[in-house]
Design a protein around this ligand. Sequence first.
Ligand code: CTP
Length: 484
Amino acid sequence: MLQIPPKHLPYLHKIAEAAQEVAVDSYVVGGYVRDLLLGKGAKDIDIVCVGNGIDLAKAAAKRFPDNPKVVVFKNFGTAMFKADGFEFEFVGARKESYQRNSRKPVVEDGTLEDDQNRRDFTINAMAISLNEDFGQLIDPFEGQEDLRQGLIRTPLDPHTTFSDDPLRMMRAIRFATQLDFDILPETYQAISAMSDRLKIVSMERIIVELNKIILARKPSTGFKLLFNSGLLAQFFPEFCNLQGVDEKEGLRHKDNFYHTLQVLDNLSQNSDDLWLRWAAILHDIAKPPTKRFERGHGWTFHGHDALGAKMVPRIFRNLKLPLNDRMKFVQKLVALHLRPISLTKENVTDSAIRRLLFDAGDDIDALMLLCQADITSKNANKVKRFLENYEMVRQKLHQVEEKDRIRNWQPPISGDEIMATFSIRPSREVGILKNAIKEAILEGEIPNKYEDAYAFMLRLGSKIGLEANIENEEKFLENDPPSS
Ligand code: CTP
């Protein structure tokens, strides 16, 4: 008999009563049972019944307060409703593979045993009875023992289980990474042998698993398994290209694949932000295409920051990641990831600090976290020196921000105002003036004030042959800036 949390018992009793009403046997299955045995909380409760899952869902929903709305997926023979912050999903037992989100319609009904046979891993194939033997664990493949030993193993021959749904190869690695489990060698060998079958799986499904790996405590574990099994090459070749070390004239560069994974692990100790973790994954992505050997100097990767930022949108598009402000954030961090290190020099100027604050804006703290994670030297003294230098940069950033308030800053004169002042249409001149004002403030040539910027604009405008219209000039002379 399993210890079911007291809070969940009333739900399961309601479902058991509904199952009696529609005369089917029913069971809780999958992730709920696994997480219960692992002592983790669950938010989804999956129910399998030997019969029609949709009918059971409808009968069960009626027993919950406010009779929650049942959403039916007729093609898949599933139905679900939400109640009390939980999602209850119902399905009839089936003979063929169980795949959530699969487009394959259900064809053949089966027994509980058929259903368990067709699940992905022994630890996900356990069931709790909601019948006369309520609460009894049904564990035909010793999933409980695999949980104890920390093993990912398929219930059937792995080739059969993975042929049913090749995404399960990713899921094996995802669970191994999340739970810190080993994959049974026979199961892992099948993944290596069948890795190219992942090609038939949609990128939308792959990325869900990849993001779960990225959000694990130590994502490098998953990436190494993905790489070594050949799965990573199926959908993310740019990342595989980072692997390898070249040698010339006795000079070698570091292996950028393992370096990147170290950066990702370092960062993951300090941040749970998926997108900051993506920035770590992509920060050196352009090292392979920018790699050169310079005689007498060694290996260089000039411009890998700028090219890397340029590569981000295509990578996001290929991986079906969102093409929104999250992508822009990643792109920005990749573009700026070398900047803080250049500020660790002794005699760095305030204007260099202001520029970084301006370019990074509110993402400055994320950028500093990334750069700190980028220190992967094995030399403890070097690491200490780097960390101290970063602390110095942090202090300088803080001092300059206190003084000049550059973070979130917009130059005081807009393009519209420039056009109105000189009665010109959108043109190259507007850009030149706007940029010059920004540069003059960041360089400290003029104070960060409206009046100074306005005077600067008039001087520069007249230098490049623009005539200010009288009304505006008068306003300026009266020292009464137009509100904008
Ligand atoms: N399942 C499967 N094959 C898949 C996907 C799912 O056999 N490709 C089965 C497994 O039994 C799994 C259950 O469906 O336990 C529910 O799937 P899902 O909700 O995706 O995963 P969970 O196991 O609940 O884990 P998590 O909540 O961490 O995603």
